[in-house]
Write a protein that binds this ligand. Structure first.
Ligand SMILES: Nc1ncnc2c1ncn2[C@@H]1O[C@H](COP(=O)(O)OP(=O)(O)OP(=O)(O)O)[C@@H](O)[C@H]1O
Length: 314
């Protein structure tokens, strides 16, 4: 196995026309390598093509063109091995209500051809915190427990690559933290490569080593999370003056505004203007500073800038 868990080359997907709907090209030649052992985020606005990409990886959607290698196995050449290398936790809570968690895991293991002697059902039940619910009917499980069971089902064949489609959408903070702890542990202790889509950019920023941003079926950015954020050059300084004051004269390149609460905001390029120079200009105007805060760019800023830039390209 090389250093990439996933290698995607020239991947396209066109959904056929149906009724009055014209054909839809959901992926337009995606090239993407996902390093083994990483926690990789796949971000993009609604309809960008994330689910299509994930579903192709999972073998649920048939690609139109291109190559996909999972853990070194070409999907077309070694379909069985490539499928055995990946586990998918879907977004929908599609759990058979009449199975107990133990039975659901056993059935899933059977589907993947895991011999009884190699099954790790108890270990998975423990990892997802459902030991004491192992014999309960799934219809009696809470939404959070069902979600954890879905994670467990994705793990029965011990895949090297785990794909999570919006794993924490609509779940409460406590469960979200528990899911993340589980996922981090899998990544750290077993080296499982994690690929996830999320609408929570804060979560992606906190969890993911690397990120690809998809828009209109194309990868428009792919980098380490910190490098992506580093691309944003803007910085905002918020100064709370001791007394109410007017906006002072500022050096060229500084955008000034005053908030309703009287605070002064200065936005400038970090690469061009030093924060010290901004503060000095404020002091030179005779303003006494009570408090200062800075606002650094975050993933949300990067996301908004990149996806709005490429809007016209659709
Ligand atoms: N089965 C299908 N038939 C026709 N068009 C489809 C089908 N599935 C998805 N599409 C279209 O392909 C495009 C990409 O959809 P996809 O579900 O991959 O996006 P997404 O990034 O996952 O969006 P979301 O965040 O809303 O889940 C959209 O325009 C969607 O309407």
């Amino acid at each position: 196995m090389g250093e990439n868990a996933i290698e995607i080359e020239g991947l396209t997907k066109t959904y056929a026309a149906s009724g009055s709907q014209p054909p839809k090209q959901a992926l337009k030649g995606v090239n993407l390598d996902i390093p083994a052992g990483s926690i990789f985020g796949l971000l993009g606005p609604n309809g960008a093509g994330k689910s299509t990409l994930i579903n192709i990886l999972a073998g649920l959607v048939v690609k139109t063109e291109g190559r996909v290698r999972i853990w070194g196995f070409d999907q077309d050449v070694n379909p069985r091995q490539s499928r055995a290398s990946i586990g998918v936790m879907p977004q929908e809570l599609n759990i058979d209500p009449f199975f107990t968690p133990r039975a659901a895991l056993e059935v899933q293991a059977g589907l993947y051809g895991v011999p009884k002697s190699q099954r790790v059902t108890d270990r998975i039940l423990k990892a997802i915190g459902l030991e004491d619910k192992a014999e309960a009917y799934a219809r009696n499980l809470s939404g959070g427990m069902r979600r954890r069971l879905l994670l467990g089902k994705a793990l029965v064949h011990r895949p090297q690559v785990l794909v999570l489609d919006e794993p924490t959408a609509g779940v409460d903070i406590e469960l979200r933290q528990m899911l993340w702890a589980n996922i981090r542990r899998l990544n750290q202790e077993q080296g499982t490569t994690i690929i996830l889509t999320t609408h929570y950019l804060e979560e992606a920023q906190e969890m993911c080593d690397e990120i690809a941003i998809i828009n209109h079926g194309e990868v428009i950015a792919r980098d380490t999370t910190s490098a992506l954020i580093g691309r944003m050059d803007a910085k905002t300084l918020v100064i709370h003056p001791e007394d109410s004051v007017a906006l002072p004269q500022m050096p060229a390149g500084v955008d000034s505004c005053q908030r309703a609460d009287g605070a002064l905001c200065f936005t400038y390029r970090r690469s061009e203007i030093a924060t010290g120079a901004v503060i000095e200009a404020v002091r030179n105007a005779g303003i006494v500073i009570r408090d200062i805060a800075t606002q650094e760019p975050d993933l949300e800023d990067v996301f908004v800038e990149l996806t709005s830039e490429s809007k016209g390209a659709a």
